[in-house]
Design a protein around this ligand. Structure first.
Ligand SMILES: *Cc1c(COP(=O)(O)O)cnc(C)c1O
Length: 415
């Protein structure tokens, strides 16, 4: 399988190179040149994530030495439950928050860690800038992997206490740097370090990485097969969206022939996705802070992948809908506790979308456990949300972070 840039078909590379490069040389994002077609009826609804992963990802790794390790990597990465829970006839929720850091980013981060630790990159350092959730998922996934170091940059004092513990309690091969600056400073430092000369082996673990997006196709494939087996219909997936990697993975699963009717992208007050789907307009926008902060993205990178997949507006509008959900609507949704569930602020955008659009056959995607955002959720529902065991264990450990001034030479000295 070859991967091409969203900007020109002239850039063509194999899986390993696409994963390591992050961005294509022309500044575009890598996408699969073609999509394999699967006979969805040949998948059992009882198959595990590892079993589905091995079949679905196999053609994408064709021609790459990592393909030989695929079964083992799937068993290692997909080692927590991803249940499709029925709420009422025709409607279920896909719970993606049972991994080590209780958010869906664990799926991509764990698969990326399985890949990198086998890709003959001994001595490599994985760099990641985080505004909260990503760094924790990457740290948990790479912790203890031989031959790889992780260095996480976070804006000091600007992330929640629980998020900070998820970055700073690992030790071993995970180093956390508290940057005296903003998230944008962290991101700039990572980009500059990746470009700096000096022969360091540095990799980025950001969310546009192919190694993080492709494994997300697996849970959409599996859940669509399960939904059809139970309900005799193709579901619409309703995906809380920010940088749009998760929703693009759902559309890639559809392109592979899995029974998916359409995809609804639920965003917060950041309107870039809605503007693109409704009017075809794209451009730089400032980020609006909201209660669903992991979706606070002004200019989503993966709009470029969406545009590459569905370039004609008619086809786009047939497969995709988008809506923007305000903080007030998020609050009301959390308060209402629909179907007797406590929803995290991100998942609440999907719940609101299902209620508003009146969808017949839908799977809402739950991207995080509500206890991760207890500061928002608990005052609204008037009671405590117990931490799941994996977060409780993290909350008990000792935190270690080194301070870093926001300057490239200071970072390079640490590496
Ligand atoms: C990252 C994140 C999102 C947004 O996912 P994208 O792939 O960036 O669209 C939604 N919810 C949670 C909890 C997240 O951490």
């Amino acid at each position: 399988m070859r991967f091409v840039s969203t900007r020109s078909g002239a850039v063509r590379v194999g899986f390993g190179e696409a994963m390591l490069a992050g961005l294509a040389g022309d500044g575009g994002l890598f996408v699969p040149e073609t999509f394999p077609r699967f006979d969805a009826a040949s998948f059992s609804p009882d198959a595990s994530m590892a079993e589905v992963g091995e079949r679905v990802l196999w053609p994408f790794l064709e021609g790459d030495p990592l393909q030989a390790h695929l079964a083992e990597m799937c068993r290692e990465a997909f080692d927590f439950p991803v249940p499709l829970v029925s709420l009422e006839p025709g409607l279920s929720v896909l719970e993606l928050f049972h991994g080590p850091t209780a958010a869906f980013k664990d799926v991509g981060a764990r698969f990326l860690a399985a890949l990198v630790s086998r890709a003959s990159l001994a001595g490599a350092t994985v760099l990641v800038a985080t505004s909260g959730d990503t760094g924790g998922a990457v740290a948990a996934a790479f912790h203890g992997k031989p031959g790889v170091r992780v260095c996480i940059l976070f804006p000091k004092g600007r992330i929640s206490p629980l998020q900070e513990r998820q970055l700073t309690t690992w030790g071993g091969n995970v180093q956390a740097l508290a940057v005296d600056g903003t998230f944008d400073d962290c991101q700039r430092l990572v980009k500059d370090a990746l470009r700096a000369p000096g022969g360091r082996m540095l990799l980025s673990a950001n969310s546009i990485s192919m190694g993080r997006i492709l494994p997300q196709v697996v849970y959409y494939a599996r859940a669509s097969v399960q939904h059809r087996a139970r309900e005799r219909a193709e579901p619409t997936f309703v995906v809380p969206s920010g940088n749009l990697g998760n929703a693009v993975a759902a559309l890639w699963a559809k392109a592979c022939g899995f029974p998916i009717a359409s995809v609804v992208m639920a965003s917060n007050a950041n309107r870039a996705i809605v503007e693109y789907v409704e009017h075809g307009t794209r451009g730089e926008r400032p980020t609006v802070p909201t209660l669903a902060n992991a979706m606070d993205v002004g200019t989503p990178s993966n709009l470029e992948r969406l545009a590459a997949l569905l370039p004609e507006r008619e086809r786009l509008r047939a497969s995709v809908r988008a809506l923007s959900v305000s903080d007030e609507e998020i609050r009301q949704t959390i308060r209402a506790q629909a179907w007797g569930h406590v929803w995290c602020p991100h998942t609440a955008t999907a719940v609101h979308a299902v209620k508003t659009l009146g969808l017949e056959h839908a799977v809402m995607v739950a991207t995080a456990h509500p206890a991760k955002f207890k500061e928002v959720v608990e005052p609204l529902i008037g009671r405590v949300v117990p931490l799941p065991p994996q977060l409780e264990a993290i909350a008990r450990k000792t935190a270690v972070a080194e301070a870093l001034e926001p300057a490239l030479d200071a970072l390079l000295r640490r590496l």
